[in-house]
Ligand binder design. Structure first.
Ligand code: HEC
Length: 471
């Protein structure tokens, strides 16, 4: 309410954040958190081998360097851009929640920034000094040490962010104690970290395996040795990743189950549960097959099928991210702030006085016959647009049409009854936040949108009206 609400009426704000965030997480986990230690280890193996078999050592080193080149290009371009992009997109899509997070995690944010800058410096140094490091064993050892630092800092950036992600799902005792430490060490922090770490290692392994299979020439006599080593790496991390996944997963329902007020909610959960278990079993089976085949008989690895473990492990993480986002609803910060950016404790006030008098960026405070539709649009913006559009993705008009059919025009009375109860029927939606006149205006606006569809322009297009709020 304190901010103008950026809105994309075709793709929706959720989709914008989701696309950027998912791309970032996949790159971060696979190519930074997991890749840095794997590449460093390959380089270290090369260094050890070079003492007795210089030629083989060189091949290992060169392969590690090529892998790093690939990771370097992607992480410093798409990876870094989407990393910063998440915060831009999220602060546009839900400024109130970002505001709260910054208040709680101010110091964590600051630390994250320093750690991130250091990570970028380490990746530059590590990659750009690679060739020079081959000049002497001393240089090489120092270079490997940079790889270790890069691995630590890549992991740290994730370890800090995970505190914030866990907090958004379940702030735990922070709600009473209100301290950074209680917020950071929320109930889901460790389970999530224990899950993400091995998954990142495993994902890195699947990408590296595919990369090496394609990049190294078949005739290269050391190729099978490297494939074998990477396969073994995947095999080692698989059980850890699987246990981490179960640990994390079992922590979620216990903490969340109390928030799922109706049986339907649980049913939704059950649907997810089914698909999650299937994905997990399939991914684990694929991972083990590839891991075992590659470890014991690398020559038999089917090169063109190595994309499958990559996709499977990305899907594995993607499914978890979706679950995380899904079960957090209707909150953006568990039990504290709803996904529409309105605090739980402010609801009683707005139910009584309405939302509009408290919204500086809505031109009206009172609703009359003549401004009813404009007011309805303002209420829609506040109450629904963080998750719905008028006619684009997750279109609210289509949702109502699906419920009531398209034979008759949408009935305002029926929609009003629905909206008063929507949080009971669909636990993932927050309760309607305004008063009765605002509900009337919203229903009128929705009916009008069906009759005469009109794109809802966000403040980035139509500008903002600011009115003074009197207290
Ligand atoms: C926290 C995000 C969120 C907010 C805020 C929200 N919704 Fe929803 N809504 C959803 C989701 C998620 C669905 C299910 C989408 C799907 O079908 O895949 C949904 C579904 C619906 C449906 C179809 C329900 C059904 O039973 O099939 C209607 C109608 C609806 N929303 C109306 C609204 C209105 C009106 C508002 C504003 C007053 C609103 N929603 C606010 C997330 C939200």
């Amino acid at each position: 309410m304190d901010f103008p609400l950026f809105h994309l009426d075709f793709m929706g704000n959720r989709m914008l954040v989701a696309v950027i965030a998912i791309l970032h997480v996949l790159i971060n986990h696979a190519l930074a958190v997991g890749f840095a230690p794997l590449v460093t280890l390959l380089e270290f193996r090369g260094y050890l081998k070079s003492k007795t078999k210089p030629e083989e050592g060189k091949v290992w080193d060169e392969t590690a360097r090529k892998l790093m080149f690939f990771a370097f290009v992607i992480t410093t371009t798409v990876g870094a851009l989407t990393g910063v992009g998440i915060w831009f997109a999220a602060s546009l899509a839900n400024p109130a929640s970002l505001g709260s997070l910054i208040r709680v995690f101010y110091f964590a944010w600051f630390t994250e920034w320093i750690v991130f800058v250091l990570e970028v410096i380490f990746i530059m140094v590590y990659f750009l000094t690679w060739k020079k490091s081959n000049e002497s064993p001393k240089n090489k050892r120092r270079h490997i040490l940079f790889g270790v630092w890069l691995s630590i800092f890549s992991w740290l950036t994730m370890a800090i962010i995970v505190g914030i992600l866990g907090f958004m799902m379940d702030p735990g005792s922070w709600v009473e104690k209100n301290s950074l430490v209680t917020g950071f060490l929320n109930p889901l922090y460790l389970p999530q970290l224990v899950f993400r770490t091995p998954v990142a290692m495993m994902m890195a392994g699947t990408v590296a395996l595919m990369f090496v299979a394609y990049v190294m020439k078949k005739q290269n006599q050391w190729k099978t040795g490297i494939l074998k080593y990477i396969s073994f790496w995947i095999l080692l991390w698989m059980p850890v990743a699987a246990s981490g996944a179960f640990l994390y997963y079992w922590h979620i329902p216990r903490a969340m189950i109390g928030n799922l007020p109706v049986a339907l909610g649980t049913q939704q959960f059950q649907d997810w549960y089914g698909s999650l278990i299937t994905v997990m079993i399939v991914v684990i089976a694929i991972g083990f097959t590839v891991g075992i085949l590659g470890t014991f008989s690398p020559r038999r690895l089917p090169k063109h099928l190595l994309i499958i473990p990559v996709i499977a492990s990305f899907l594995f993480l993607g499914t978890f991210e979706r679950i995380r986002e899904f079960i957090r609803k209707p909150y953006v910060i568990g039990n504290y702030m709803y996904a529409n950016g309105i605090l739980v404790e402010e609801y009683p006030l707005y139910k009584e006085t309405g939302l509009l008098p408290h919204t500086p960026y809505a031109s009206m405070s009172t609703i009359t016959e003549s401004n009813k539709l404009a007011a309805g649009e303002a209420v829609f913006t506040l109450a629904c647009t963080r998750c719905h559009t008028t006619h684009g993705i997750s279109s609210v008009v289509r949702k109502f049409e699906r419920m009531y059919g398209t034979e008759n025009p949408l009935n305002e009375e029926a929609m009003k009854v629905y909206m008063q109860n929507m949080h009971n029927v669909r636990h993932y939606m927050p309760p309607f936040p305004g008063n009765d006149t605002e509900l009337n205006a919203l229903a009128a606006y929705l009916a009008e949108q069906q009759k005469r569809p009109k794109t809802l322009e966000g403040p980035q297009i139509k500008g903002v009206d600011v009115k003074e709020i009197k207290y």
